[in-house]
Design a binder for this molecule. Structure first.
Ligand SMILES: Cc1cc2nc3c(=O)[nH]c(=O)nc-3n(C[C@H](O)[C@H](O)[C@H](O)COP(=O)(O)OP(=O)(O)OC[C@H]3O[C@@H](n4cnc5c(N)ncnc54)[C@H](O)[C@@H]3O)c2cc1C
Length: 334
């Protein structure tokens, strides 16, 4: 019997496992091998850009995790695409500007004119009307992060789908199964579909992450150092895995309107993932009963929230004491 079994070997389960192993726990990670949301995620680390509808406790958690990211990335010991160039938040039409102004005002970032934006990012379309530079909104490559975690924890990971928590032989069970958490615990985690594209070209077309409102549509464009450009994402209350013509068309139209040069890139990958959503969009972090701890429901921000989740959940498992930061995220709050 292990001390701790973690159900789910996505970014959350593996990050928690890393912290537990570092603190001397005997840990096994059971992973069913399904595609996790991390395989699709762009990896924006955006504690401010996402904040319009979020609760203050969640914003504090996101900000705390954003501060942990540089150390967490360095600790993984390999290149995981952590990039602190920053994000341009952009708007094209007058309505888009009006929509974005509220977020920009809360972030207290100075509004930049189109000429100033194009000085920072020459490939932007002349259609861009206004924007801000958000230096604390960064990015990481989730595929590289999970690859590095899998490498570090290879002797702890067992390929196994868990059908029932009563089958798991461990003193403590951490459920970190993303959208699979609902079936195991009965907690209200629902899949929210997102379609994401990956384009490929020569590096250097873009430097910043772009997060934009284009003709009323939200789109983000995330350039990696190797020339990959991630374009995302739709948000649909659907469980299927279909890449749709409409989804791809909407994303490409908005992205190319924003950066015309993207039209020359190869359309290398079209993918679908499901964000593990909860009724209030905040994660479920904490004890469910004497044996079971939950670390799930990270919705749109699971990459950002991985380091803080790892610290708080490992602390809870090892000491039995819940950090005050967990108070607002109890899995029993619904
Ligand atoms: C389109 C899209 C874009 C996103 N962009 C961002 C972004 O830019 N920034 C950001 O911070 N977040 C982003 N996210 C959110 C982020 O990807 C998720 O919040 C995060 O991946 C959740 O991590 P997780 O480990 O809980 O779940 P997952 O990454 O989904 O991993 C779950 C794991 O559990 C395993 N599992 C499930 N059920 C079982 C079972 N019964 N037994 C054993 N194993 C099981 C699966 O095989 C999988 O490996 C995005 C998500 C999507 C879909």
């Amino acid at each position: 019997m292990s001390d701790v079994a973690i159900v789910g070997g996505g970014i959350i389960g593996l990050s928690v496992a890393l912290r537990l192993v570092q603190r001397g726990a005997d840990v096994t990670v059971l992973d069913g091998g399904d595609e996790g949301a991390w395989q699709v995620a762009a990896g924006m680390l955006a504690p401010g850009g996402e904040s319009e509808h979020e609760d203050p406790a969640l914003i504090r958690l996101m900000e705390r995790s954003a501060e942990l990211w540089p150390g967490f990335a360095a600790e993984l010991g390999v290149e995981v695409g952590y990039d602190d160039t920053g994000t341009l938040s952009l708007a094209t039409t007058a309505d888009d500007v009006a929509e974005r102004r509220r977020v920009w005002a809360r972030q207290q970032l100075p509004l930049l004119r189109p000429s100033e934006l194009r000085a920072l990012e020459p490939a932007l379309s002349p259609r861009v009307r206004a924007g801000v530079f958000a230096p604390r909104e960064r990015q990481v490559d989730p595929r590289r992060v999970v690859g590095a975690l899998r490498e570090r924890l290879s002797d702890r990971i067992v390929p196994k789908r868990v059908e029932s928590l009563s089958d798991v032989d461990a003193r403590t069970v951490v459920v970190a199964a993303g959208c699979g958490t609902a079936a195991l615990t009965g907690l209200p985690v629902r899949p929210v579909k997102g379609q994401v594209l990956r384009l490929r070209g020569e590096p250097g077309l873009l430097r910043h992450v772009l997060d934009a409102a284009v003709d009323g549509r939200e789109v983000y464009v995330v350039p990696r150092a190797d020339g990959e450009v991630v374009v995302g994402a739709t948000q649909e209350e659907r469980t299927d895995r279909l890449v749709t013509a409409g989804g791809v068309a909407d994303l490409l139209r908005a992205a190319i309107d924003l950066v015309p040069g993207l039209a020359e890139l190869e359309l290398a990958e079209t993918t679908v993932g499901h964000r593990p959503g909860t009724p209030d969009n905040a994660p479920l972090l904490g004890r469910l009963d004497d044996r079971v701890v939950v670390a799930a429901g990270h919705f749109r921000n699971g990459i950002l929230l991985a380091p803080v989740t790892a610290d708080l959940v490992a602390g809870l498992v090892l000491t039995g004491e819940a950090d005050p930061a967990l108070a607002d995220f109890s899995p029993r709050r619904f």
